[in-house]
Design a protein around this ligand. Structure first.
Ligand SMILES: C[S@@+](CC[C@H](N)C(=O)[O-])C[C@H]1O[C@@H](n2cnc3c(N)ncnc32)[C@H](O)[C@@H]1O
Length: 375
């Protein structure tokens, strides 16, 4: 089977002693069995010790096992190809280990508590990549292509929101030639796309609270450099940084920015910092925007907060006292923070796609004191 049939996923658990485990497919299909014989492992002579680490991102070819009649992952590689990483980086065959703890469920589930207290999911873009969004009305696309049709898709997971954003961004000059901040950049996929010619940002700062995710963002940036031959290091920079920290984030990168993206991050800041933390977050976003600058805000819906209210001690303590609601964020930003709502993009999921990935994306502009539109 050719590489076109490869599917993305993350390792749910892998028992190194028994040599098998399960993957969580990015396309939302049921968990799939994986055996060590199917892992593309660095040292073929030690295949018996080939292993996967829980949370590791992979690609694989799903087949139906001839003996059991059940689905099974074969040709399991690192995303984009190459050897799986396993439990120890650097190619050292890991030692057999005791059976893993009970499998941890994916993002947003009760068993995942503590692990993802900031929404710091590993393999997030593989999940998003598996989704398809219909373009909103009025979106004609840019040059008739989508990111998934460009060579970038061989290197980075796509993200259906980029398809939705791209032509509007171009039409309205939201990103091109601007200095852009991507708050909660996770593994850097959106930040890297913004720095490529398709979006054409002058410079991008991606910040995330999780050092492991920033490490992955750097690895993705190296992939873009090596495999797409794009010198993105000068354009896209990544920083470990808590954007909601009380000291105003002295250690983080500094604006002013022509555009800021805050995609699917507000819930985590709200749960962990309460209403006051969310207000600090908004104040900082607006404070770092140039007059006329653009804020792209994709808040999670209130209905999804309940699932994560026990994700950390702070979330548990704050949840009951939250009075602000995501459905009112745009009004709040207009009323109290000097922002003007420009438009809301409403992506539509294709039939049958798992719910929840079609959040409205609001675009607001910071009022310029002299009435001009652009920074
Ligand atoms: C659900 S993910 C969304 C990722 C990305 N913004 C997107 O939508 O493509 C939320 C991300 O925000 C990060 N995050 C949460 N709280 C943060 C904070 N206070 N400062 C910086 N990053 C934060 C998490 O680590 C995680 O990577």
């Amino acid at each position: 089977m050719g590489p076109a049939a490869a599917v993305g996923g993350t390792c749910k658990w892998f028992d190194s002693t028994k040599g098998f485990g399960f993957l969580i497919p990015a396309d939302g299909s049921p968990d799939i069995f994986v055996h060590r014989a199917d892992l593309q492992w660095g040292t073929s002579s030690s295949e018996c010790q080939a292993t996967l680490a829980a949370g590791e991102c992979v690609e694989y070819i799903p087949v139906t096992d001839a003996k059991t009649g059940r689905p099974r992952a074969t040709q399991v590689t690192a995303p984009g190809g190459g050897h799986v990483q396993g439990l120890t980086p650097g190619g050292t065959p890991p030692l057999p280990r005791p059976p893993p703890p009970p499998p941890r469920k994916g993002p947003g589930t009760k068993r995942g508590r503590d692990a993802f207290e900031h929404g710091n999911y590993v393999g997030y873009y593989r999940k998003r990549c598996g989704q398809t969004l219909l373009r909103p009305e009025g979106d004609k696309g840019v040059s008739g292509e989508t990111p998934s049709e460009t060579s970038t898709s061989r290197v980075l997971p796509g993200d259906a929101r980029l398809d939705v954003l791209c032509s509007f961004a171009e039409q309205h000059g939201w990103v091109r030639d601007r200095v852009v901040l991507d708050v909660g950049c996770n593994e850097g996929v959106v930040s890297l796309h913004l720095g490529l010619p398709r979006f054409g940002a002058a410079r991008v700062h991606g910040v995330d609270i999780d050092p492991g995710l920033i490490e992955r963002a750097h690895a993705n940036r190296r992939k873009v450099r090596d495999r797409l031959n794009r010198a993105v290091e000068d354009v896209v920079k990544f920083h470990v940084h808590d954007y909601s920290s009380r000291d105003g984030g002295n250690a983080g990168p500094r604006g002013p920015y022509g555009a800021i993206l805050a995609l699917s991050v507000s819930k985590w800041i709200h749960l962990n910092g309460g209403d006051a933390g969310l207000r600090r977050f908004f104040a900082r976003l607006v404070g770092e925007l140039l007059p006329g600058g653009i804020l792209v805000l994709e808040p999670q819906r209130w209905g999804s907060y309940g699932r994560n209210k026990r994700s950390s001690t702070r979330a548990r303590a704050n949840f009951g006292s939250l009075t602000l609601r995501p459905e009112g964020f745009v009004d709040l930003l207009e009323r109290e923070y000097g922002m003007r709502h420009e438009m809301t993009l409403k992506p539509t999921l294709v039939d049958g796609a798992p719910a929840g990935w079609d959040r409205p994306i609001h675009v607001l502009r910071k009022e310029a004191s002299d009435g001009t539109e652009h920074p």
